[in-house]
Design a protein around this ligand. Structure first.
Ligand code: HEC
Length: 137
């Protein structure tokens, strides 16, 4: 179950999600590449592939949620969101996407397994760095 108090902490603009007490296992990008298979139906992390049924996940960490140009299908929940995607927040969200954002239009049951989620986060970091000179957070 997602701990609501922790989520409120993470979503509070005054607080840095990086400082929040989220324990995330060490992730393995290569294993995460396989976990990402279920997301690839709707998302690409490669910049040149752009948006699909879901928005691009290229360099998703550090972006404000729901604001990518060229993706016209955000829910109101994401369109109005004011938080920034961090590895910790994505890790928490994907435990049960509808529990955190009931209004989301993302039809995914998420990734309930903590290790698989951490692997997925590691993969998204790596996939975003490739082909880009800009440093990741
Ligand atoms: C059936 C299609 C589908 C699947 C499968 C899916 N997504 Fe999504 N995703 C979406 C849609 C649609 C949105 C926009 C949601 C909204 O606006 O409520 C979204 C939004 C997102 C966002 C926010 C992007 C932004 O610009 O704020 C992230 C991050 C994300 N998805 C990650 C994932 C990951 C990781 C997986 C695999 C576990 C996954 N998604 C599986 C369709 C999908």
């Amino acid at each position: 179950m997602i701990r609501r108090a922790l989520l409120l902490l993470l979503l509070a603009p005054a607080l840095h999600a990086e400082d929040a007490p989220v324990t995330m296992p060490e992730g393995d990008a290569e294993r995460g590449r396989l976990v990402f298979g279920q997301c690839r139906t709707c998302h690409y992390p490669e910049r040149e592939m752009g948006h699909n049924n879901g928005p691009s996940l290229h360099r998703i960490f550090g972006r404000v949620a729901g604001k990518q140009a060229g993706f016209d299908y955000y829910s109101d929940t994401f369109r109005e969101a004011k938080f920034v995607w961090t590895p910790q927040l994505l890790y928490l969200w994907l435990e049960d996407p509808l529990a955190m954002f009931p209004g989301t239009t993302m039809m995914s049951r998420g990734v309930p397994d903590p290790q698989q989620r951490a692997d997925l986060v590691a993969y998204l970091k790596r996939a975003s760095v490739r082909g880009s000179q800009e440093p990741m957070q």
